[in-house]
Write a protein that binds this ligand. Structure first.
Ligand code: HSE
Length: 333
């Protein structure tokens, strides 16, 4: 173990559920957060970027606390840390920002102490922290993840998204806490709704695994959470109903929302078609008085990775700008 090791981790955003796969399907997206971590004499936490507003810089910081869990699990004692964080992932919009922080903290802390914990162990810890494995599984492993967490153990399998799969997200300007979006869900559901979701989620997994993207429009429907969340997001019901008529393969609420996500076959939909779909999402939200921003994303095939080549004499943001100079993400506050 090298006590002086300084590590840099890049973590992808994620979308959870993909419609019917409530708490069980996730996909990593090419929008990122970065965490720098080293053992220090005194804890310092530096946050860069607008997405970090309001995040604590003392020992109540989530990344700091999760890192301590790694040290405890590994049987080492390292209470003081130097941490820096930067993220392009908008907070509380349904794009897995908290999962990216948890996964980043686990991977960084494990790397700082020479990686004694396996990826599976980190996945178990992440799932227990989030209470569902969809976002954390995608951020940790990349690609599309089918998973469950039964309260004790999580299991996952990865599905490879094809190159032609593109993702349009419409990110409303308002924030929606996951807790609030889970609070509106019923505590029990009718058998027919459970059967509906088992069928649709199964078909969606098969369609994604087999590259049968023509089936996504039939499969990407949900009766467990989206109907209950729709009143929190004006325009959502219209978008869910009509986006496939505007070129989407399928459409869903991204995680607990409020972001809406449309899957697109980039080989089938040309630039004019993409512009039309984008316009439909924005116009529908705007018609309800909701300002939103769209981003064209892609599935991210790589999960959280420990980076090499960052210069410890530079700040985290200087390193990110040097290695990723063309990031154009500007999410409204
Ligand atoms: N599966 C979760 C939900 C994702 O829909 O509430 C949000 O964390």
């Amino acid at each position: 173990m090298s006590a002086g090791r300084r590590v840099y981790v890049k973590i992808p955003a994620s979308t959870a559920n993909l419609g019917p796969g409530f708490d069980s399907l996730g996909m990593a997206l090419n929008l990122y957060a970065w965490i720098e971590m080293a053992i220090a004499d005194k804890t310092t936490i530096r946050l860069y970027g607008e997405q970090m507003e309001g995040i604590p810089t003392d020992k109540s910081n989530l990344v700091y606390k999760v890192a301590q869990q790694v040290f405890e699990a590994a049987g080492v004692d390292h209470p003081e840390l130097d941490i820096a964080m930067y993220s392009d992932i908008p907070l509380t919009r349904g794009l897995g920002s908290s999962a990216s922080a948890i996964v980043g903290a686990l991977v960084a802390a494990n790397a700082v102490i020479g990686r004694p914990l396996s990826d599976d162990r980190l996945f178990q810890m992440a799932s227990a922290l989030e209470k569902h494995p969809d976002n954390v599984g995608a951020s940790l492993f990349g690609g599309i993840i089918a998973a469950f967490w039964d309260g004790t153990r999580a299991e996952q399998l990865r599905i490879e998204p094809e190159d032609r799969l593109e993702v349009l997200v419409a990110i409303p300007q308002f924030q929606l806490a996951t807790e609030k979006a889970r609070h509106v869900l019923p505590t029990s559901i009718a058998m027919q709704d459970a059967v509906f979701n088992v069928g649709h989620s199964s078909l969606l997994v098969a369609a994604l695994s087999l590259g049968r993207y023509d089936m996504i429009r039939h499969a990407m429907r949900d009766a467990l959470h989206q109907p209950y969340r729709a009143p929190l997001i004006p325009g959502m019901s219209d978008i869910l109903e009509h986006a496939v008529d505007h070129g989407a393969l399928g459409v869903a609420l991204s995680g607990a929302g409020p972001t809406l996500l449309a899957l697109v076959d980039g080989e089938q939909l040309d630039a004019a078609g993409k512009a039309q779909l984008e316009r439909f999402l924005l116009d529908t939200l705007q018609g309800e008085g909701i300002a939103a921003e769209t981003l064209w994303l892609r599935p991210c095939l790589q999960g959280a990775q420990v980076l090499t080549g960052f210069d410890p004499l530079c700040t985290l943001i200087e390193n990110i700008n040097a290695h990723h100079p063309h990031r154009t993400v500007r999410i409204m506050g």
